[in-house]
Design a protein around this ligand. Structure first.
Ligand SMILES: *Cc1c(COP(=O)(O)O)cnc(C)c1O
Length: 245
């Protein structure tokens, strides 16, 4: 795979411009939406180039790959977010090395992350992943399960529950794309009305940024629009959950 790092600067700038434009079009305050650059499958030089252009938040899906890149980039002040499916026997390195996890969808995972978060670090920031389009094949808790899960996770000492994350089913057009993001925002508002203090809606990717920002995203997770298309390598395919529990 070739990476044109000059091109990367232009792509990153275009994504930041698109976020600022969407904020302004949809009545959001300038700077209300943070950009998480999703660097999975891309080499650490690409992350280094994005960091040199001012990007600080990076998202990774695959644990071994992420740990290797973190070691290569230890000289930089980056904030690492784990956004991929997480097996409960793999929580310890996530608790030790990441600032955020966006993919918590069951209490057992949260309890392990909380117990394994090193005492010298601030609490691990967590978003609960919601299966907002109710797809049988997708990770994420259901909207029905969410209130009970959120209350339990909010009580864990090693975690700081920040908000909700979702990956909706593909949609056609802005209006259709907005509907699942609206449901996620309403779920967050309902939890806050019950006494939680969630401040993060992690929603929107390369192809549905605008719909997510229109519905209140505070963080968009953008990969291919910054780093280019990914090649799916065998080692990047999701691992079976066979040994997970
Ligand atoms: C890969 C990935 C993204 C980025 O997707 P793009 O379409 O490349 O922007 C965002 N969120 C999650 C959870 C991902 O796995």
């Amino acid at each position: 795979m070739t990476h044109n790092l000059d091109n990367l600067h232009a792509r990153l700038a275009a994504v930041v411009d698109a976020i600022r434009a969407a904020e302004s079009r949809h009545g959001r305050p300038a700077g209300a939406v943070s950009l998480l650059a999703v660097s999975k499958t891309h080499p650490s030089q690409a992350i280094r180039a994005a960091a040199a252009a001012g990007q600080r938040l990076f998202g990774e899906n695959y644990l071994q790959e992420a740990l290797a890149k973190m070691a290569e980039l230890a000289d930089l002040d980056l904030e690492w977010h784990f956004i991929g499916p997480l097996q409960s026997n793999k929580t310890r390195p996530v608790a030790e090395h990441f600032a955020w996890v966006h993919s918590v969808d069951r209490l057992k995972l949260a309890e392990r992350l909380s117990a394994q978060r090193p005492a010298g670090l601030p609490p691990l920031n967590v978003c609960l992943q919601v299966n907002i389009s109710a797809e049988a094949s997708k990770s994420g808790c259901s909207l029905d399960e969410l209130p009970t899960l959120a209350r339990a996770v909010a009580a864990l000492p090693g975690l700081r529950l920040r908000g909700l994350m979702a990956i909706p089913a593909p949609a056609e057009g802005l209006e259709q794309a907005r509907a699942p993001f609206r449901r996620l925002r309403e779920a967050l508002e309902a939890l806050n009305a019950e006494g939680l203090a969630l401040d993060t809606l992690s929603m929107g990717m390369s192809d549905d940024l605008e719909a997510a920002i229109a519905e209140g995203a505070t963080l968009v997770r953008v990969g291919s629009a910054i780093f280019g298309a990914r090649q799916t390598k065998p080692e990047h395919l999701p691992q079976s959950r066979r040994a997970a529990e």
